[in-house]
Design a protein around this ligand. Sequence first.
Ligand SMILES: [Zn+2]
Length: 263
Amino acid sequence: MRARTFEIARGVHWLPMRGANVYLVDSGGSWVLIDAGYPGSAATIEGVVGRLCRGGRPRSILLTHGHPDHAGAAVRLAADWDVPILLPEGEAPFVNGTSLYPEPLVFWLARLLPRRAMEALARGSDLGGDVRPFDPQTGAPGMPDWTVVATPGHTPGHVALFRPGDRTLISGDAVLTLAWHSRLGSRGVGWLWDLARCRPRLCGPPTVFTCDWRAAATSIATLADLEPWVLAAGHGVPLAGRHVAPALRDLASRVSPPSLAGD
Ligand SMILES: [Zn+2]
């Protein structure tokens, strides 16, 4: 079946892969793929990208972070297109096969599994030699209209991408737009009601996969200060309009670091 795509802002194409979003950004003919979905997504992404690029290919694959639902098909795509995988340098230690992210799930697994099994998990996250770590302060290569926003917390080196010209924000997993249970911004079981109605809502990143709560909360406030018009998250339906910035500010106020004191 032909995968559907949506142009959610000028030159920003949303590829809703199963379980995770991928974006293809055209900056005056310079195409960059943002995130790469789960393993097994490569053929679908290649089909869609080939159509959008009219037979061409992106110049690079830029990952907001190295989680497997964002980096899963990156190695295969990089090999097929012969392009580099750009990764914020703070993520590099977690995609070279030696270290796992310091997130709750990993700590729980480490209590249950033998060391050899944990080492095998780390090896499984190795993205290989096509990775090119970049300094977020130098901007996103191939995306001259965009700024890179350091948004640590969900993972140590996580970044978002922001285009000031039309206030388009690609947030990765720093902010999500679906009824996902998250300790950052969830209101009791209200998320269940939203989920039942399929109503997208803003929330912080998922609990068990987030490394540093306080940093994640600060990053949400950083993104709220940008006052985005379009919010394209790693999971959920992209949102657009005048309600986006107030909703993000509201989320930031609910999860600001002082409210986490004593957690
Ligand atoms: Zn993630």
